[in-house]
Structures are given as structure tokens and as C-alpha cells.
Design a protein. Structure first.
Length: 141
């Protein structure tokens, strides 16, 4: 009986430990990982927000550069001698030196009005039926 009380037999299995010790270690490790992740969430969120702001700023910059190039081309066109001469003729009836301007009076008003009325609708939102009707009237002329 003495062998039973304090000693184990050589071939006998040891009693299983309580799983509580192992769970406390896993729980501690999980808590440590959660705290570490919490420290990285705010910087990552700020990083992604900064990336979004950067990409939208780059897109806006590209659009602004494109508008700037278009405006520079328009400035070059407005400064050209051909444009200035065209505007002078159209707006102020001016002609370059060495040329003679003629004014024809007595043209009937109804012909001028009729020619503009025959052109058809100028609206950009024509229906398909209007487009076909316009095409047909153009072919019949």
C-alpha cells in the first residue's frame, strides 16, 4: 500500500493538467496583440486617408493643367492677327488698309428670315425623329 499512496508506477500515465493554464497564456497573448493592433489602427487610417487626398489632388492638378493649356491656346488664338481682323470686320465693319468695303442696301428682309428658318432646329437635344426629318429635308434640297 505504501507504493500506492505517494508513488506512481513506472508504466502509469500522469494525470492531465488543467487546461486553465494554457487558456490564460493564449488570452494574454491575444490581449497583447489587440493592444498592439490598436496602436496601429489610427496611423493606418490616417495613412489611407492621406493616400486618398493625394490621389484626388493629383487628379485635380492634372485637370487644372489641362484647363490651363486650353486657356493658353485660347490666349494665343485671341492674340493672333487673323482673329483681331475677323473681329474688327464682324463687330465694327472695319477693313484693312488697301481694301474697300461695300454695303448693299435694299435687300428684302423676308429672304434673310426665310433662309435662317430653313436651316431647321439648332437645339442640341434633337430627337431621333427630328434628326431623320432633318436628314430627309436636307437630301430633298
Amino acid at each position: 500500500m505504501a507504493a500506492k499512496s505517494g508513488r506512481r508506477k513506472a508504466g502509469a500515465k500522469a494525470p492531465a493538467r488543467a487546461p486553465v493554464d494554457l487558456h490564460w497564456g493564449r488570452l494574454g497573448l491575444l490581449m497583447l496583440l489587440l493592444v498592439a493592433a490598436a496602436f496601429y489602427v489610427a496611423p493606418l487610417r490616417a495613412f489611407f486617408a492621406q493616400q486618398n487626398r493625394h490621389s484626388s489632388a493629383v487628379a485635380q492638378l492634372a485637370q487644372t493643367k489641362q484647363q490651363n493649356a486650353a486657356l493658353k491656346a485660347e490666349i494665343d488664338h485671341l492674340r493672333s492677327a487673323e482673329y483681331v481682323a475677323e473681329k474688327a470686320r464682324a463687330d465694327f465693319q472695319l477693313v484693312p488698309s488697301g481694301m474697300q468695303a461695300f454695303v448693299v442696301k435694299g435687300l428684302p428682309q423676308e429672304q434673310a428670315g426665310a433662309s435662317s428658318a430653313q436651316l431647321g432646329p439648332v437645339s442640341g437635344s434633337m430627337s431621333i425623329a427630328d434628326r431623320i426629318r432633318d436628314l430627309w429635308s436636307t437630301l430633298l434640297r
